[in-house]
Design a binder for this molecule. Structure first.
Ligand code: GRF
Length: 217
C-alpha cells in the first residue's frame, strides 16, 4: 500500500478527495502524514478527523520549514509526496530530494495560467476552455512533467468562484487517479514528458459529461 504524504495550505478538499479514494479502495494508498504551513488550515482538521498525523510547520524560516517537512515525511516512510493546495514554492533542495515522487495539482491547463488564482486568470483572459493539471514538481513552479490534464468549459455566466468550483470537482478526480497511476508503476518520466504505461481507465467509472480527460485517466 503506497504511503502518501500531503502538503496543504487551505481547506483541503483535494486532501479529502485523496482520503476518500483511499478509504473506498479506488486507490491502493494511505495518507500517513499531512503537513501545513498554516496553523488553522482546515486540511489539518480533516486529517485529524481521519486519524492521520497532522503537522503545522511554521514557515517563517524556509529552510527549517522544508527540512522539517522532509524529516516528517521520512519518519513516516512517505513514498509519494503530494502538493494539494500547498501555496509555497519549494526550494531546489527539496525538489532534488523528492523529484520523481513529488506531484502537484494546478487548477489550469499548464503551461497556461501558472501561479496563483489560475481560475481568475483564465476567466479574465477570456479562454473558453480551461481545466486542471497534475504534474511532477521540478525546480520551476508549475513547470514539471505533466501527468494528467482535464479540460473544463468556461460558461458565459461564470464567476471566478463558479468556474473554480467546476474545476475543483475535476481536480478531485485527476489527483487521486495520478496517485493511482504512480502506485501502479505506470508513470515513466522521459525528459519533459510522462509516459503512461497501458492499464485500466477511470473513464467508465468516474467521469463527468462535458469534461475532456487526457490519455491515461
Ligand atoms: C485547488 O484549486 C488547487 O488546485 C489550488 O488550490 C485549491 C486548493 O483547494 N492549488 P483545496 O485546499 O484542496 O480545497
Amino acid at each position: 500500500m503506497l504511503r502518501v504524504g500531503v502538503l496543504a495550505s487551505g481547506r483541503g478538499t483535494n486532501l479529502q478527495a485523496i482520503i476518500d479514494a483511499c478509504n473506498n479502495k479506488m486507490i491502493n494508498a494511505r495518507v500517513v502524514a499531512v503537513v501545513s504551513d498554516k496553523e488553522n488550515a482546515y486540511a489539518l482538521e480533516r486529517a485529524r478527523k481521519h486519524g492521520i498525523e497532522a503537522y503545522y510547520v511554521d514557515a517563517s524560516d524556509k529552510e527549517k520549514h522544508e527540512r522539517k517537512i522532509d524529516e516528517i515525511f521520512e519518519s513516516h516512510g512517505v513514498e509519494l509526496a503530494v502538493g494539494a493546495g500547498y501555496m509555497r514554492i519549494l526550494s531546489p533542495w527539496f525538489i532534488k530530494r523528492w523529484y520523481g515522487k513529488l506531484i502537484n495539482i494546478h487548477p489550469a491547463l499548464l503551461p497556461s495560467f501558472k501561479g496563483i488564482d489560475a481560475q481568475r486568470q483564465a476567466l479574465e483572459y477570456g479562454v473558453k476552455i480551461t481545466g486542471c493539471t497534475t504534474h511532477f514538481m521540478d525546480e520551476k513552479p508549475d513547470h514539471g512533467p505533466i501527468i494528467l490534464q482535464a479540460a473544463v468549459r468556461v460558461k458565459e455566466d461564470d464567476t471566478r468562484d463558479s468556474l473554480a468550483e467546476r474545476i475543483l470537482k475535476v481536480e478531485h478526480q485527476i489527483l487521486p487517479r495520478s496517485i493511482d497511476l504512480f502506485e501502479k508503476g505506470r508513470l515513466v518520466i522521459e525528459g519533459r514528458k510522462v509516459k503512461i504505461l497501458p492499464g485500466d481507465s477511470w473513464l467508465e467509472k468516474y467521469s463527468y459529461p462535458d469534461v475532456f480527460y487526457s490519455e491515461g485517466y
